[in-house]
Design a protein around this ligand. Structure first.
Ligand code: PLP
Ligand code: COI
Length: 360
């Protein structure tokens, strides 16, 4: 029996019957798929062959490093059905590379690219019935890398679990085609020279409180600033970009997650829509039309980019008691970028970049 199989308590989670799923109303969470895939590496860092097994809770010891010291990373990907009924995945290699970089920082064993690819494809195939019909959503794929060995001392685990689970999802920002956000001025998401650039589980829990408060104040999410409050970083779940005078400005910083959607959107903007793209630190003043940018006014369009968020256009940004508005309907650039991105992902448009892999 594989080490992975021994760690999954197959049968302890009951898959949601397909007959109980209404594809028109799936949200973001709540459905259990029948299979999980993965592999385990011991202290030699070598992962055993991938296995896919019936879903279940995971048996890890109480002193597992991931539970005690947060030695855990994850990825987010999507499998989508196209108008031709085929299932496609997007930029698997880029996600595998990002996980490997994070693993090096967190001293976890990195799953080799080919093993990562095999694991996500085999798990999606096993759960193929749970990929929503074309246009109704996607199968969100969540690869997890966790130190599951026992460590009382805060030192790296000798055992790394690579686990792939998936779940059908609709839109992340459900019900709000345009989203309203608040600039967070009290809390920061990530430290300078810290690990904000890693998709580490521990980057997310600290955002729960400010994000919970913002939601109770009626906002869909928060926009975090850099450590001096001068530049836009990202949301807790997506990157941030604006279009101003036809130019795409994609926010970057050493302490944000280097989004694969952001990278894809920039390439589509440059190479398909022939837009100028500015990629780098983005001043909040430029976004809102303040300070040195007062004469320009605010950006024409603002949006989030991410696997879950896709391209989520922003209607209003609230900053220090004032609302800055960017329109009540998605702008022309956000609309075209989204159309191209989702078109490539679903096979509706050709894939000039070699990003898409067919699953079957
Ligand atoms: N920033 C954070 C903090 C995220 O969690 C995500 C989501 O994955 C992103 C940005 C966007 O990254 P990607 O486009 O690779 O999904
Ligand atoms: C993703 O877009 O893949 C993410 O990881 C965001 C998630 C926290 C909902």
């Amino acid at each position: 029996m594989s080490r992975f199989k021994a760690m999954v308590l197959s049968g302890t989670l009951t898959p949601t019957p397909l007959s109980a799923i209404n594809w028109d109303t799936i949200g973001f969470g709540g459905i259990v798929t029948p299979f999980v895939g993965g592999s385990v590496a011991l202290s030699d860092g070598i992962f055993e062959p991938v296995s896919v097994v019936p879903n279940g809770t995971i048996a890890v010891p109480p002193l597992a490093c991931c539970l005690n010291y947060g030695q855990e990373l994850f990825e987010g990907m999507k499998a989508q059905r196209g108008p031709d009924g085929k299932i496609r995945m997007f930029r698997i290699e880029a996600n595998a590379q990002r996980m490997a970089k994070g693993a090096a920082r967190f001293m976890l064993s990195p799953p080799p690219q080919e093993l990562y690819r095999q694991a996500v494809i085999a798990t999606v195939k096993a759960n193929a019935d749970y990929v929503p019909p074309y246009g109704k959503g996607s199968l969100y794929v969540r690869p997890i890398l966790a130190g599951v060995g026992m460590t009382l001392s805060p030192v790296p685990s000798d055992t790394t679990l690579f686990l792939v689970t998936c779940i059908p999802v609709g839109l992340h920002y459900k019900g709000s085609a345009m989203i309203n956000v608040k600039v967070e001025t009290e809390f920061q998401r990530a430290a300078a020279k810290g690990t904000g650039w890693v998709k580490a589980a521990g980057n997310y829990a600290p955002c729960f409180l400010p994000s919970y408060e913002a939601k109770h104040q009626g906002y869909d999410d928060l926009l975090f600033l850099n450590q001096t409050g001068s530049h836009v970083e990202e949301v807790g779940t997506a990157n941030f970009a604006v279009v101003k005078n036809g130019v795409l400005y994609a926010a970057d910083s050493p302490s944000i997650l280097p989004g694969i959607t952001r990278d894809s959107v920039m390439r589509i903007a440059r190479e398909i829509l022939h837009m100028d793209v500015v990629f780098g630190p983005l001043e909040l003043d430029r976004v809102l039309g303040l300070g040195a940018y007062a004469h320009e006014g605010p950006a024409d369009e603002a949006f989030f980019t991410g696997t879950a968020a896709v391209i989520s256009p922003i209607s209003k940004i609230h900053y220090r008691g004032k609302d800055y508005t960017f329109g009540d309907t998605p702008g022309p650039f956000a609309t075209q970028l989204r159309d191209q991105l989702v078109g490539i992902q679903t096979g509706r448009y050709p894939d000039p970049f070699g990003w898409v892999a067919e699953v079957d």
